[in-house]
Write a protein that binds this ligand. Structure first.
Ligand SMILES: Cc1ncc(COP(=O)(O)O)c(C=O)c1O
Length: 389
């Protein structure tokens, strides 16, 4: 019971701890208050969504598609998605039972956590990793433990570091390929070993593939390439793929029992996902390959340019990303505090995110987003050079 609040608010107990609000949101507020800033902070692309997709959304809006849809998503988007994952990853899924359209990848993660986790369960997460998962796990009464990503020539995930942390308390392993914030990948063989061992031990694997389109070295390794969904929950989203983060539309692919449970939960929360987005994406996704190739190529060129120029700054180490749209360079020889690096860069007119928000290996680092036009990135890197040369 809270005593310094008026009645009847003082009858309530908090459901969330406001001091645990995402530190990234706080940084975003500071950034909003600065002028003439180049921002490589937010986890969203700065280039435009595909014009055909916007056109399809306008058509949907003008032709009466502004109403509720079924909770799982309209049949045509589920059919289009099953075709999409077959062409991209060779995966065969049932569009009627294995897919649920969600309010971004975030809702997919939240619903999956509600279905899978109970008090006392252990969840293995990558470190460095996307911290937003942690409060979701804690809200379910479960606890997070971490497996390290390793920086050698690039950041990578060594499957043995996951295997050695799996035990009887482990309920879920989260794998995020390519990684936010490092761009790390895991080999197909290593991934298969984790999924197989997890299945033997009754552990679920959540494969968060929201950056699947941004792979610079070889192909994306999707969990959908394995031959069963029994212990897999594949999270995906259109937010990053088509630069439509504000549409809030994503999807999850899993065993039909899990999907059915998630649908029941969603029925009494968001009810359905953005109708216009569903109709537009159903029309568009299977003709999007040119756009996907173009933006992935732009990101690869940006990434290489940043790596080359940051590596030329004495004391800075910047490993290339294998995928995703972030770099996680190390400035620790110049300044060990990631918040001080962030502040110095902000003074020079460029916003990033302090590395410490991404786990125990983040001090001395910042996360830099590189999904933007090359001129924008070029200008940002010029400011970083000015801050540290
Ligand atoms: C690794 C990862 N997973 C999931 C998401 C959720 O994205 P959205 O809810 O916009 O689909 C994000 C967003 O930044 C992310 O970085």
């Amino acid at each position: 019971m809270t005593t310094d609040l008026p009645f009847p608010i003082n009858r309530l107990s908090p459901v969330s701890d406001p001091t645990k609000s995402s530190p990234i949101r706080k940084v975003m507020k500071m950034i909003e208050q600065s002028n003439d800033l180049i921002s490589l902070a937010a986890g969203e692309a700065k280039f435009s969504p595909p014009p055909e997709l916007i056109e399809a959304a306008c058509t949907a809006m003008k032709t009466g598609k502004n109403v509720y849809t079924s909770t799982a998503g309209i049949p045509s988007i589920r059919a289009a998605l099953s075709q999409f994952v077959e062409s991209q990853f060779g995966a065969r899924i049932n569009p009627e039972t294995n897919i649920l359209l969600t309010v971004g990848g975030m809702e997919a993660i939240y619903l999956a956590a509600r279905v899978l986790l109970k008090t006392g369960d252990k969840v293995l997460l990558p470190d460095p990793g996307w911290g937003v998962m942690i409060p979701v796990i804690e809200k379910c009464g479960a606890r997070a433990e971490f497996y390290p990503q390793v920086e050698t020539q690039t950041w990578t995930i060594d499957h043995s570091k996951i295997l050695e942390r799996m035990d009887a308390q482990t309920k879920l392993i989260v794998i995020n390929l390519p990684s936010n914030p490092t761009g790390a990948m895991l080999s197909q063989d290593g991934f298969a070993k984790v999924v197989e061992k997890a299945r033997e031990m009754g552990i679920f694997v959540m494969s968060d593939e929201v950056y699947h389109n941004f792979v610079f070295d070889g192909c994306h390794v999707s969990a959908l390439q394995f031959d069963t969904l029994d212990n897999l929950i594949v999270i995906n989203s259109f937010s990053k793929t088509y630069a439509v983060t504000g549409w809030r539309i994503g999807y999850v692919i899993a065993h039909e029992w899990i999907i059915q449970q998630m649908v029941m939960y969603k029925e009494s929360t968001s009810l359905c996902s953005f109708s216009i987005g569903q109709w537009a994406l159903a029309d568009y996704i299977n003709s999007s390959q040119n756009y996907l190739d173009e933006v992935a190529d732009l990101c690869r060129r940006n990434m290489e340019m940043i790596v080359q120029r940051l590596s030329a700054i004495p004391g800075v180490h910047c490993s290339p990303a294998q995928g995703g749209f972030y770099l996680f360079p190390d400035f620790s020889k110049i300044e060990p505090s990631s918040e001080k690096i962030f502040a110095r860069l902000l003074e020079h007119g460029v916003a990033v995110i302090p590395g410490k928000f991404f786990g125990s290996q983040g001090e001395g680092r910042v996360r830099i987003m590189f999904a933007a036009d090359t001129e924008y990135i070029d200008k940002a890197v010029g400011r970083i050079e000015a801050a540290f040369m």
